[in-house]
Design a protein around this ligand. Structure first.
Ligand SMILES: [Zn+2]
Length: 162
């Protein structure tokens, strides 16, 4: 059995639990969350949200990349969200990673990527850069409520970076 087989079997056991008849595709709390894909981040209990409340956009780092902005733009322009919350975290795999070593690995496999790894050395400075980028993105019509948090998976605390 592969993971995909296990997952398909798990879903088949609980269609009643998974069904969301009547639940709108428009986030109830009009918020989109951009977060790192890290396995330790469980956004629903962390932020006190339920299914139907928010759009969740995840990538490596929780960075405001071009594709994250694409999703946020769709979230706001087509599905009515007005707030953005970014969640980065301590101990991120990109913290201290090497752009050059990663690019070298890709080159060895014949790939010349058009994107950067997104490595960083300062989580707060990187989060501020993302906040600045989103606040300047005309793709987003609502830019008055864009906030950023750093989660510490060791002690479970979440702090705001202004
Ligand atoms: Zn991370």
């Amino acid at each position: 059995m592969t993971n995909a087989d296990d997952m398909l079997a798990a879903a088949a056991l609980r269609p009643g639990e998974l069904a969301a008849p009547g639940l709108s595709a428009r986030p109830r709390r009009k918020v989109a969350i951009l977060a790192c894909m890290d396995t330790r981040i469980d956004l629903f209990p962390m932020l006190g949200i339920q299914r139907g409340d928010a759009h969740i956009i995840r990538n490596a780092g929780g960075l405001a990349t071009g594709d994250a902005i694409r999703s946020l733009s769709i979230s706001q322009r087509l599905l009515g969200t007005e707030d953005v919350v970014i969640v980065m975290h301590e101990g991120c795999g990109l913290h201290g990673a090497s752009e050059d070593a990663f690019a070298e690995q890709l080159r060895a496999d014949g790939v010349l990527p058009t994107w950067r790894l997104g490595a960083f050395t300062d989580v707060e400075a990187t989060l501020r850069d993302s906040l600045t980028r989103l606040r300047a993105s005309a793709e987003l019509p609502h830019r008055d409520h864009i906030r950023g948090f750093v989660f510490n998976p060791e002690d479970g605390t979440l702090r705001e970076v202004a």
